[in-house]
Design a protein around this ligand. Sequence first.
Ligand code: PEP
Ligand code: MG
Length: 322
Amino acid sequence: QKAEWAKLVNEKTISADNHHVELVANIGSPNDLKAVIENGGEGVGLFRTEFLYMGRDQLPSEEEQFNAYKAVLEGLNGKPVVIRTLDIGGDKKLPYLSLPEELNPFLGVRAIRLCLIEQDIFRTQLRALLRASNYGNLKIMFPMIATLDEFREAKKIFTEEKQKLLADGQQVSDQIELGIMVEIPSTAVLADQFAKEVDFFSIGTNDLIQYTMAADRMNQGVSYLYQPYSPSILRLVKMVIDAAHAEGKWAGMCGEMAGDETAIPLLLGLGLDEFSMSATSILRARSQIRKLKKTAMEELTKTVLQMQTTSQVIEAVHQATK
Ligand code: PEP
Ligand code: MG
């Protein structure tokens, strides 16, 4: 099997009935690039930048960040690279930022919420990203967006930093797409409105499932509620993809679900454009998608969206793909 997969390194990801999707990688640092290229990644769908901020005793400087982003963009040689702005808080803490203790950190000041309060941190990161944009195909996304106002505020700050750099005579790409993670149910439900203003969506199922099911993703006691194939989750995913397409935008997914063997037939059927997963899953997923017919998966998807339980969905997928 591994030998069969290896032949697909330089192939595109095309279903048995000729529908093209992008298979890209989740990374945490420039060191992960080698694996992306060796496994035939068509780009990066999620660069989790918080790892630049962790395991140290002070914030990374603009220059340090610029070098890391530039290395990733150059390393991918013009392929798309989606870099996510800082997603700290929740389970990820920074010892050198003295943030107030919270009773429910996953429902507290994390990610974009923190960045909109601690704007110096956010502006430094955006400047580093803007300067790095000259070295490749950069897309920026904001994590944990719950309202359009948050997106507008983040975009306004981005635009201000861009104008400042341009006024300083610095070069900045004018092709940078600005998107959001859809990982909070309010945003999935209102995706039709968001789609008018964002350039793309990337569905973060790790959090979207936790918030939809009200089940802490770190708590073993409620792990039975982590149900990517639940009809409720699938309906939310469908709303997001349909909303993007209605406005001519693209929709990706960067949660664990995107690389999951049982989920992939459903995501293909729902029309997902970009699947972002760990690099080591890409060739397996490409091999799987090349054997699936999108039209058949669309039919399967219609059926499962009307089902009642997760186990019914799993059974239907196995029947349709065996
Ligand atoms: C997600 O929530 O699905 C996601 C990709 O982000 P993270 O796992 O970093 O929260
Ligand atoms: Mg998340």
